[in-house]
Write a protein that binds this ligand. Structure first.
Ligand code: COI
Length: 355
């Protein structure tokens, strides 16, 4: 297939790759030599440019700084055994990105900019993709308002960018979770389903308070009773009770995770029943008491599959032993094998970067 969009490419004069500690990569700290940038003005997208990674200049009046009209995505690319790069389900993230854009009154980004721009950018920085288990190239497309007026209204200009970050695991170890009862992440009619920057800003205080109490993350619950579990802010959540995997249904208050969807597919291949439905925290505690709560884990692009070792709710602590689990480790193994090109991509999830 030919490139369908003309992208101007300005290459760096000196690569920074030798400065990157590939043996000890944290999540999201290092960025590759190049980035993609394209502006929206006069009702249309301008010509995209791939240029050396560098600062961008904005005015203090930039609308995003004041009102947060900003959205993003998280996607990953991997190197297969033949040395070719593949992106995991980028069309699903592309679709979700434009759903977020619509909710935030931002223009849709065309497929040829989002997908083709990403492919060309990755091809240019392909050497930066880590070749190590649990490592990958994290892709961060994002868009923000660029009007310089501090009236509350949708901006008429925007910038869309893609950054690449060679990265290690987001949660290197099983996580301990505080079930949130005080703060709310999202309510019906809000922006919970959108990957909007503000959702993450508003979660920070709850995370900080949970961290102070010794937990890694919070599990968000519904805005009214704080009983129905939602997601964990950086991950969707699954509980395996008996032979059924249960995950909260997409009610508009949680993110429609691409990894969530992939995990549902793989769980069904493993002959588990998957239920997407309301899940009350009391049901989880009762299952633990009855000995039927087998596994609990978060799923996300950054997080992949992160086991939950502890869940605290109203003075009750559910303790789990991820070392003894069989189901989610097998899901993760199958998912990684597809992503890294070590097993057949029967679902057509991988998109090659090269044409
Ligand atoms: C992702 O999993 O890609 C996310 O966007 C979570 C994140 C905020 C690190």
């Amino acid at each position: 297939m030919e490139a369908v969009i003309d992208i101007k490419v300005i290459k760096t004069e000196k690569s920074r790759i030798s400065e990157v500690p590939f043996d000890n990569l944290p999540f999201g700290k290092y960025f590759t030599d190049h980035m993609l940038e394209v502006d929206y003005a006069d009702g249309q997208w301008q010509k995209p440019v791939i240029r050396p990674f560098q600062p961008i200049t904005i005015m203090p009046t930039n609308a995003t700084l004041h009102y947060g009209q900003s959205i993003f995505e998280g996607i990953k690319a991997y190197i297969n055994p033949e040395g070719k790069a593949g992106i995991f389900r980028p069309y699903d993230n592309f679709r979700r990105f434009n759903i977020s854009a619509d909710r935030m009154m931002m223009p849709a980004v065309p497929e040829e900019i989002f997908i083709e721009g990403m492919r060309q950018l990755i091809e240019l920085d392909i050497k930066w993709i880590p070749r190590k288990g649990d490592h990958s190239m994290y892709i961060r497309p994002f868009m923000f308002a660029t009007d310089n007026v501090i009236g509350v209204r949708p901006s008429s200009t925007y910038k869309f960018m893609i950054l690449l970050s060679p990265t290690g695991p987001y949660y290197p170890k099983p996580v301990s979770i505080h079930v949130e009862e005080k703060y709310t992440r999202a309510a019906p009619g809000g922006i919970g389903f959108a990957k909007a920057a503000g959702n993450y800003a508003s979660s920070l205080k709850a995370f900080a308070e949970a961290n102070e109490k010794g937990y890694d993350q919070v599990l968000w619950t519904d805005a009214f009773q704080h009983k129905l579990v939602q997601e964990m802010g950086t991950m969707n959540v699954f509980f395996i009770i008996g032979n059924t995997a249960i995950t909260p249904d997409l009610d508009g208050a949680i993110l429609e995770g691409v990894t969530r969807d992939s995990v549902i597919t793989i769980l069904e291949e493993l002959d588990l029943t998957v239920e997407e439905r309301n899940l009350n925290i009391d049901e989880i505690i009762a299952a633990d008491k009855a000995g039927t709560l087998k596994e609990a884990f978060g799923t996300g692009t950054a997080a992949v599959i992160s086991p939950i070792k502890e869940l605290a709710y109203k003075g009750v602590t559910v303790k789990l032993d991820p070392d003894s689990w069989t189901i989610s480790p097998e899901v993760k193994r199958r998912l990684n094998a597809i992503q890294e090109g070590r097993s057949a991509d029967v679902h057509g999830w991988m998109v090659p970067t090269a044409h």
